[in-house]
Design a protein around this ligand. Structure first.
Ligand code: TXA
Ligand code: MG
Length: 345
């Protein structure tokens, strides 16, 4: 057990980064902010340190980790770069996209979960890059939640899940993207999106032309054999309440479905909570609402936050209005579908 400490980087930037860097150097784990979600980091080239991440999160050992770097040339230390990867890196790094490449031998199975590939990302968040530099190591980091829970977008979320299990959380405020990075397999010069995120399909197509979406991004389809992205096979992003995605031909149909189901819940003495954008709030008066803001970017940023909020207020059911699967909407729908175990009404 640790007495988990939180250091606010807006107040104590130098102390925080130094302390965290030292812990990482010495083989410990630290939670830190990125622009996507908070990460739980350890020295990527120290297998014993990496194992501590799996222990703290309760993460299955066959789910590989992303290695975070602070300068582009560091990718050559751990992976073989393809031309397609180079284009992605030059255009979108630093930023919310992770590339999967053939791994060099220096990377242990603790990070790759025995795959021949390794996932690499250069985050945009300045605290994250400063921490990588200060620690002098490459940082393996999954999202800093307990396995299966919605990813943390604030330092308090991390504390909720990992209090006592890790020594230090660096607080860098709310994450600006709010969903995990896009993961693309560019190990053989094609580009396949394994997990949609902040860098969108449209943005990738504009640079690369041909880009494919992996099966399983929007459907439950099981991939036979070794899954391309092992993380996508687990139950994920799940709050304690039961999540339902509401679809319809138009807003009126969606509204009436939500009201019908939420009313039935109330009659059954359950507590329904509706997640909706501000402009939709007035049609649901009388129900408990949590705001997703206005744009798709707002929805992305607030999704995990509101799922956790719904748990905090004791929701039994959560209703989420489906949004178009373009731009960041694809990533939003991918995460909500998983948190709803693909239940649509
Ligand atoms: O935004 C993010 O990516 C955050 C922050 C902390 O950087 N990290 C994150 O890590 O979301 P995690 O572990 O929660 O998700 C990593 C995803 C998983 O779906 C995992 O299966 C996949 O990346 N992945 C990792 N290595 C892979 C590999 N070699 N091949 C295919 N997928 C891989
Ligand atoms: Mg995760």
């Amino acid at each position: 057990m640790y007495k988990t400490k939180i250091i606010d980087l807006k107040k104590d930037r130098e102390t925080g980064i130094k302390k965290a860097g030292k812990i990482l150097k010495e083989g410990g784990v630290v939670a830190f902010p990125t622009e996507t979600v908070y990460g739980l980091g350890a020295d990527a080239l120290n297998a014993r340190a990496v194992k501590k991440i799996f222990e703290a999160k309760g993460r299955p050992a066959d789910n590989p980790l992303i290695v975070h770097i602070s300068k582009i040339t560091d990718v050559d230390k751990i992976a073989f770069v393809t031309d397609t990867a180079k284009k992605v890196m030059d255009t979108f790094w630093p930023g919310p996209i992770t590339i999967v490449l053939e791994a060099k031998d220096i990377v242990s199975d603790a990070v790759t979960a025995g795959l021949k590939t390794v996932a690499v990302r250069m985050p945009e968040n300045e605290y994250a890059r400063e921490l990588i530099k200060e620690s002098g190591v490459l940082i393996a980091a999954p999202s800093a939640n307990l396995s299966g829970r919605p990813s943390p977008t604030t330092a308090l979320h991390v504390k909720e899940d990992l209090n006592g299990k890790i020594p230090l959380i660096l607080d860098g405020g709310e994450c600006s993207v709010g969903l995990e990075s896009t993961v693309v397999d560019v190990s053989n010069d094609k580009c396949v999106i394994l997990r949609p995120g902040g860098v969108t399909l449209e943005m990738l197509k504009a640079v690369l032309g041909d880009v494919r979406l992996n099966d399983g991004v929007l459907s439950k389809k099981e991939v036979k054999g070794v899954p391309k992205s092992p993380g996508m096979k687990y139950k994920h992003y799940a709050p304690r309440a039961e999540v339902f995605i509401v679809e319809g031909k138009n807003e009126e149909e969606i509204t009436s479905k939500v009201i019908k189901h939420a009313s039935q819940d109330k009659e059954a003495s359950k507590k329904p909570v509706i997640l909706c954008t501000d402009k939709r709030a007035n049609v649901y008066s009388g129900f408990i609402l949590l705001s997703l803001g206005q744009s798709s970017e707002d929805i992305a940023k607030r999704l995990f936050y509101t799922l956790r909020e719904a748990d905090d207020i004791g929701a039994d059911t959560i209703y989420f209005e489906a949004i178009p699967e373009n731009g960041i909407g694809l990533a939003v729908m991918n995460r909500v579908l998983k948190s709803a175990a693909f239940k649509k009404i």
